[in-house]
Design a protein around this ligand. Structure first.
Ligand SMILES: *Cc1c(COP(=O)(O)O)cnc(C)c1O
Length: 846
């Protein structure tokens, strides 16, 4: 939330009267920009138009589609409404055209477009085209890009049904529901060419050319383009391609990914956009790499190899999964069916060549096609979504870089963050504004010290009020849920108490998240909840994929547990966890629990939403919490190591979770000073807001992506493509020479001597068919306990060539470690190439 108070600049009455009255188009302009999903200045307008619809849908576009002309006319006829509307429009137009962080920080950079591809975007519940975390990251990053003025455009799919919706049957089993997303009710507009024609993209699928309708969504300054196959000119089978998100079989998924990657890049080009940077949010959209190269081929009349080498520098791949099974893989036969024609007629390569881009072993004709491999091979930069996930990803992608040390597998990380204005409560927003000013998320000013100035009283009032608001919303939801379910009802007024420690657990019910950890000892949990002096209340929510039976069983276990009479007023399980519910919950929760099995939570974001609101986290040391946790700001379970699915280890974590709750969390919450406030608890709240919220904000994430990834990617693409692609061609030729001659490279007999406290190494190298500037010699020592976690790597210089043409390299280093720790190696070298990402050869002395 931000800028709750609408500014009322004093305006001369004459000036207002002179302006022509604003009509319905002004309202449409506001309703079609999702800025209202994080800036609440316009809320009173929507509420005035239809209070019930506003509260139940939070969707201004639905309101405009629904209310009568008379209602709109009456309101437009009132001076206050007119004035408010006019203020808002002016504010919006001025605000979105003014220079922001990006323009101010990088005034000389000509970076026009970063295309951000994602299978899902979670921007608002009014546009339900997401499933969970991945869409959350995409939506929050789009909004932060708008705040910061970073020229991102999103590319995604307009899902006809989206992800399934959930309710429970009378026995507490999950039921999957598929209501339809009516584009007429969503804040999207057909994307039209200048002549008014609806932009539709064509793609060849087996047996048919299909049409994809294009849509536009505005989110502040940023635009999101969506493709949709539900065109009446398509056959019934094809119209369903963009219907269910993460539904259907592998064949359906492949079609969806062709539409997203290939169709998505075509859409951008049809609009006249030529993005310098392409950011793949997960591997689903990896075909965009091929389509980008195809356009480059056609524009510049070069081969696919050259085009890929040049465009690669401008592509960035963010991987999100912590297990290899999380990658999309397609059977070769399926790829032949759907991409055979594309390879031959459009890319002018053989299907084997295309398949080899998605294989670990290009020679293995039975190996499935891995989208993450294609994304990695097509990108100049690869990153995970937290520091730990970066490490895990280096391990996962290690097989693509045989004989390279894991630490040097070219995968970095940018830890995710949340778009704070989307997730903070009105109360928290007011505190943030008071402490840090209105522009706090739109720049790079440090905020921690300003937050530390907030008093315990301010924080506690904010917490108490937000908890109260949340509990009212939860009661309201639960009442509806119970009456829909039928059966015995509880008295909703009895449900929850306003001053009781309230704990939340809401997330996808997948077994690796261990949502049943708290349930391991139901009696102990009941004692915790129902303690008469220091009670606890618990709010749960979450969906399990319709095919995830074990996940659904975990939901059922909780639903059985909450039937017990003694816990009924202390625990609820809300059905149909979605963005709107998440927004309500994270604002009021005192404590958020997260119990994934390390290291399977790549990052996790819901805990970040909580801390922006002054809630605290108790979590497994996994994902973002592994880098965020310190004892002053929250609680951790686990020992920071991996233990697989060992039940004994689960049991020990259960024990530590209960013990922490019983001995630290609950006592600290109820330990009150003379003013009735939990002083130590509030110290944690203050510290966690001050240090963690800025760090784990999407504002920081987008600035990091921009400075460390987007700008270098744009520069790399520009230099490779300049002068008719001279550098790109040069890199490709170098790669070919490496491929042809690498095996002629060899070490002679390396000698070492130690004198005056230094090791001297003499390294003869037979350079065979390669020039000395095409490879380099390095001295390497693996990390040890004492030397820290980084290997020692030293460049070795050529000192001479002996008479037989053998090159002699020499280097010396302090003799701090035994000489046997060191070994020499040969790796490819080019000042502008990504090694080993683009070429993974390596020769070890031993
Ligand atoms: C934030 C959010 C998520 C992701 O939360 P995790 O912590 O990554 O599990 C999923 N779904 C919804 C609706 C969310 O708001």
């Amino acid at each position: 939330m931000s800028d709750l108070k609408s500014s009322k600049p004093d305006k001369k009455a004459a000036g207002v009267n002179a302006a022509p009255a604003l009509g319905i188009d002004a309202l449409k302009e506001l309703a079609l920009n999702l800025h209202w999903s994080w800036n609440h200045m316009a809320d009173p307008l929507w509420e005035a138009l239809d209070s019930y619809l506003w509260h139940s849908t939070q969707n201004p576009w639905v309101i405009l589609q629904t209310v009568s002309d008379d209602r709109v006319k009456v309101l437009l006829g009132t001076p206050e409404f007119q004035e408010r509307l006019s203020d808002l429009l002016q504010h919006k137009r001025k605000f979105f055209s003014a220079d922001a962080w990006f323009q101010k920080t990088h005034p000389k950079i000509s970076l026009t477009t970063i295309a951000y591809f994602s299978m899902e975007f979670m921007l608002t519940e009014a546009l339900p085209i997401y499933s969970g975390g991945l869409g959350n990251v995409a939506g929050d990053q789009m909004k932060a890009a708008s705040d910061l003025g970073v020229p991102v455009v999103g590319v995604g799919l307009l899902w006809g049904q989206g992800y399934f919706r959930q309710d429970f049957d009378a026995d507490g089993n999950q039921r999957a529901l598929y209501p339809v997303n009516d584009p007429g009710q969503m804040p999207v507009q057909p994307l039209r060419r200048a002549n008014g024609e609806w932009l539709r993209i064509q793609i060849q699928l087996p047996g048919a050319m299909i049409w994809l309708r294009c849509w536009q969504v505005l989110a502040g300054r940023t635009k999101l383009f969506l493709l949709d196959a539900n065109d009446f000119a398509n056959s019934a089978a094809h119209r369903g391609i963009t219907s269910e998100l993460y539904g259907g079989d592998a064949e359906m998924r492949l079609k969806q990914e062709i539409v997203l990657g290939i169709g998505g890049w075509r859409l951008l080009r049809e609009l006249g956009l030529s993005p310098e940077v392409c950011h793949l949010n997960e591997g689903h959209a990896a075909f965009a790499v091929l389509e980008r190269a195809r356009y480059y081929m056609a524009d510049h009349r070069v081969s696919l190899d050259v085009a890929l080498t040049i465009t690669r520098a401008g592509n960035l791949f963010t991987t999100h999964t912590a297990v290899p099974a999380g990658f999309d893989r397609f059977a070769p036969e399926l790829c032949w069916k759907y991409l055979g024609h594309y390879a031959k007629d459009e890319l002018a390569i053989s299907m084997e060549e295309l398949l080899s881009l998605g294989r670990q072993n290009p020679a293995d004709a039975s190996e499935p096609f891995n989208m993450a491999y294609l994304a990695l091979r097509g990108s100049g930069q690869v990153s995970g979504v937290s520091k730990l996930h970066g490490e895990v990803s280096r391990q996962i992608f290690q097989p693509l870089f045989p004989r390279w040390p894991q630490a040097e597998v070219p995968v970095g990380s940018v830890t995710n963050g949340i778009h704070v204005p989307t997730w903070d409560s009105a109360e928290a927003d007011a505190l943030w504004t008071r402490a840090c000013g209105p522009d706090r998320w739109r720049g790079d000013r440090p905020l921690a010290d300003s937050v530390r100035g907030l008093t315990g009283g301010e924080l506690w009032r904010m917490r108490t009020s937000a908890r109260k608001t949340m509990l009212a919303e939860v009661r309201h939801r639960y009442a509806r849920q119970l009456s829909a379910k039928g059966g015995p009802h509880i008295d909703i007024a009895e449900l929850f108490k306003e001053d009781v420690l309230t704990i939340g657990f809401a997330r996808r019910f997948a077994t690796y998240k261990r949502p049943d950890l708290l349930l391991h000892d139901p009696d102990r949990l009941i004692r915790l909840l129902t303690d008469s002096r220091r009670p606890v209340q618990l709010i749960l929510a979450g969906k399990a994929h319709p095919e995830d039976i074990p996940g659904q069983e975990l939901i059922k276990r909780w639903n059985d547990f909450i039937e017990r009479p003694e816990v009924r007023s202390h625990v609820v399980f809300l059905s149909d966890y979605d963005m709107q519910m998440a927004q309500e919950l994270v604002k009021g929760m005192d404590l958020w629990i997260n119990t994934p099995r390390r290291p399977w939570e790549a990052c996790g974001t819901s805990g970040m939403k909580v801390l922006a609101n002054g809630g605290l986290n108790i979590s497994e040391l996994d994902g973002w919490w592994a880098e965020a946790y310190t004892p002053e700001i929250g609680w951790a379970i686990g020992d920071g190591k991996e233990h697989g699915e060992d039940p004994a280890w689960d049991a020990s974590e259960v024990e530590s979770l209960y013990t922490l709750l019983e001995q630290q969390v609950v006592p600290e919450f109820y330990d009150r000073d003379e003013q009735g406030m939990p002083a130590r608890w509030l110290d944690r709240v203050r510290e966690s807001m001050a240090t963690l919220t800025p760090e784990f904000s999407a504002s920081r994430a987008i600035r990091e992506y921009t400075n460390d990834h987007y700008l270098p990617a744009a520069a790399g693409y520009k230099s490779r493509s300049a002068n008719d692609g001279k550098l790109g061609v040069n890199i490709l030729q170098w790669q070919r020479r490496l491929a042809d001659h690498w095996q002629t490279l060899a070490f002679g007999t390396v000698t070492a001597e130690t004198r005056d406290g230094q090791h001297w190494f003499y390294i003869p190298v037979v350079s065979g068919g390669l020039r000395p500037d095409e490879f380099r010699v390095e001295l390497y020592a693996a990390p040890t306990e004492e030397s820290g976690d980084k290997p020692e790597i030293m460049a070795v210089c050529k000192s001479s060539a002996d008479s037989s043409g053998i090159l002699i390299y020499s280097v010396c280093c302090l003799a701090k470690r035994p000489v046997e720790d060191y070994t020499a190696r040969l790796i490819p070298s080019h000042p502008e190439a990504f090694v080993p990402l683009e070429t993974g050869q390596i020769i070890w002395q031993r």
